[in-house]
Design a binder for this molecule. Sequence first.
Ligand SMILES: C[S@@+](CC[C@H](N)C(=O)[O-])C[C@H]1O[C@@H](n2cnc3c(N)ncnc32)[C@H](O)[C@@H]1O
Length: 259
Amino acid sequence: MSTLLPFDDASARRIARTYTTPDIVGQREHTLAALDLAPGERVLDVGTGPGQLLAAIADRVGPDGLAHGVDPSPAMAAMARQRCADRPGVTVTDGGVDGPGSLPDGPFDVVVSTQVLEYVADIPAALAEIHRVLRPGGRVLLLDTDWDSVVWQVRDRERHARVLTAWEAHLVDPRLPRTLGPALRAAGFDAVRVDVVPLLNTAYARDTYSAGIAEMIAAFVPGRDGLTRADADAWLADVRDRDDYFFSLNRYAFRAVRP
Ligand SMILES: C[S@@+](CC[C@H](N)C(=O)[O-])C[C@H]1O[C@@H](n2cnc3c(N)ncnc32)[C@H](O)[C@@H]1O
């Protein structure tokens, strides 16, 4: 059984759908406001995924700028290429942030990576590589989830805890944000700042982040930690089929500068 979430065609389509919900549109607006991009800037989006953020970056930096997306998943990179096909100044290449030399050389004015580093095994190496490809004075924005921040109304709390523990295997570090500040400073970045980006759903609706992630969790956990398909279905019904629906989760957006 694979441990990490496979970013194949099926999961790329699922993720792309979730990323059109007002919740994640709002998260992208937060990211774009924090990036404060200017026309002509050169931006690298690491782990660009379905490319919605990359397209918005391209619109802000304009034809004189550069929006370069990289992603190791062929399904994700293909989606990003297709989404940005009619935008000048957009490049999407296969690859990711791993060891030295894994990213395009740049230099870039800005590197952004949202919901990606939590899937990466060697964070110091990834941050060193991001530092390498930024110009002096260049900015970085990293956004990741802390899965300890999830609040979900359920009847069966014991099963819920087992399901969320099994779900943690979908990434490398489900609690990355609490160590990212010190890691950025250790990698040589200055002016490290962090904002919390909360997601909140108080009603179950298909067009929400939590509806999408609940389906992904229910698809991922059977066969892990003794959970069956029936357990996953019962958990899904528990979170979904209720009048007092409540979900919230925190993401954390770190900004820093290469001196
Ligand atoms: C949850 S998606 C986020 C996509 C996009 N950044 C966004 O927020 O819309 C995670 C993405 O990270 C990519 N990824 C996984 N490991 C990576 C690595 N080592 N370097 C770069 N991207 C990676 C996956 O292929 C996937 O597209």
